[in-house]
Design a protein around this ligand. Structure first.
Ligand code: URP
Ligand code: ZN
Ligand code: ZN
Length: 466
């Protein structure tokens, strides 16, 4: 079992969202205690010196969008907290934020309580988003009780009718309550009626197989729902965070609303930056079925430009650990298929490869997207998302030059495939320290045991967060 110690990380370049410079990081127990200039001596009480020469020393990744042992419809993702958190650590993510989505008959508060118990086996820090699907008179009290437990971000789906979809008035009422408790709505925005219409038309024409997934959830459906939810947020003066945005139109709506003073935020995912809809013409289109779907190459390029010009705030994995057997079932009907891609382990390498290596972006915005901003937008900053004295000792020594070809068999997620199979990625975690424990060192993983701390989200400040 990995033990805590007094550690100095020497020889690397510390990168935070706002600055970077060669420095030495000191850790004692579970906290970062100091950042020293390179010419300052390492104190004699330090027990271990870790060499970070040639590497970036970045805050542990904070993944704002993970589904762990998640059931939607007839499918449950394959991993539990132990497995998902271990894969996260391998990939340089030290905090995973999961969704407590109520199953039929369960209240939002019950879902949170259950997930908190499930998270006890986690190997890294955890936090939770609540979720409201239907409004009733108990919801305001439940939201306050959730906030008292440190859960202030609440997911609302505008799609998946009959499963988790919230009607527009539920979206409005929840956003109104969240404003009072320093919370924020996390919205999956796709206009369900446009999707159902597109799917009906497809069923009359070419069919609803995975190969036709892109057209079954059109870009217009995303833009329409984003526009409607933004109008609600603007009218209430409430903040709003859009999960997994995929198009320049959707991101552009958030940008315009921000210019009008709306506290709106865009998340995207590695797969929307690295993959395009051509995979649906390939041999295994079902392995790429996620909602929203992968978009055209033109949209992917535009989304990448928006990331590199600072118009995207976070990159979440939207990790859904289905395997090929599950993906194969119902591949002839995307309405029945399990949606989502396994991704918690490759979030940093895919994002770094796209943003920094291929497009020449800077390393500070990369850290903002994968660690600092998700921490801020989840009430976890500055405990998480920054290398600073007093912050939790979650530190990743990230080799920006390390290159590897993705092979699912070499990964640690509880699935048998990767959507990035065969892709060459540059930028990998070399050493990972979580809660002061060295859990990964040059390819060797040491189990920290069930050390996952359930984090308490602070109220979000009323001003702009990033
Ligand atoms: O396809 C996806 N994204 N599945 C997971 C559930 C969701 O919509 O986030
Ligand atoms: Zn979603
Ligand atoms: Zn999701």
């Amino acid at each position: 079992m990995a033990e805590q110690a007094t550690i100095a990380i020497q020889g690397g370049t510390v990168v935070n969202a706002g600055w970077s410079r060669p420095s030495t990081v000191l850790i004692s127990g579970d906290r970062i205690t100091a950042i020293l200039d390179v010419d300052q001596p390492i104190p004699s009480y330090v027990e271990r010196v870790i060499d970070a020469d040639g590497s970036l020393v970045i805050p542990g990744g904070v993944d704002p969008h993970c589904h762990i042992k998640n059931t939607i419809g007839q499918y449950t993702t394959r991993d539990d907290y132990h497995q998902a958190s271990e894969a996260a650590l391998w990939g340089g993510t030290t905090t995973v934020i999961d969704f407590a989505i109520p199953t039929p008959g369960q209240s939002p508060l019950e879902a949170v309580a259950l997930r908190r118990r499930m998270a006890e086996t986690s190997r890294c820090a955890t936090a939770l988003h609540g979720c409201v699907t239907t409004w009733d008179e108990t919801i305001p009290k439940q939201l306050r009780e959730m906030a008292a437990l440190g859960v202030r971000t609440v997911k609302l789906f505008t799609t998946y009718r009959g499963e988790v979809m919230a009607e527009p008035d539920t979206v409005l009422l929840v956003m109104q309550e969240l404003k009072d408790i320093g919370g924020i709505a996390y919205v999956h925005a796709e206009a369900n009626h446009l999707i159902e219409d597109a799917q009906w038309r497809q069923s009359q024409a070419g069919g609803l197989g995975a190969a036709n997934h892109a057209g079954s959830r059109p870009e217009l459906a995303e833009a329409a729902a984003v526009a409607e939810v933004l109008a609600t947020a603007e009218s209430l003066e409430s903040p709003v965070y859009f999960v997994h945005q995929t198009t320049s139109a959707a991101v552009g709506l958030v940008q315009s609303a921000r210019r009008r003073g709306v506290r709106a935020y865009t998340e995207t995912c590695p797969h929307y930056l690295a993959l395009d809809d051509s995979v649906y013409s390939g041999q295994h289109p079902e392995q790429f079925v996620c909602c929203p779907p992968l978009r055209s190459r033109r949209e992917v390029d535009e989304l990448n430009s928006l990331v590199n010009s600072g118009h995207v705030h976070t990159v979440g994995s939207d990790h859904c650990c289905y395997d090929t057997e599950q993906k194969n079932q119902n591949r002839d009907d995307v309405r029945q298929m399990p949606n989502g891609l396994p991704g918690v382990e490759l979030r940093l390498p895919v994002t770094f490869s796209r943003m920094v290596v291929e497009q020449g972006g800077s390393v500070e915005p990369f850290v903002a997207l994968v660690a600092a901003n998700p921490a801020k937008l989840n009430g976890l900053y500055p405990r998480k998302g920054v290398i600073a004295p007093g912050a939790d000792a979650d530190v990743v020594i990230f080799d920006p030059k390390a290159e590897k070809t993705v092979e699912a068999t070499a990964l640690h997620m509880a699935t048998d495939y990767s959507p990035y199979e065969g892709k060459r990625l540059t930028g990998w975690a070399r050493t990972v320290i979580a809660g002061g424990r060295v859990v990964l060192e040059d390819g060797d993983y040491t189990d920290p045991g069930p050390s996952g701390i359930a984090l308490y989200a602070d109220p979000l400040p009323p001003q702009f967060l990033c």
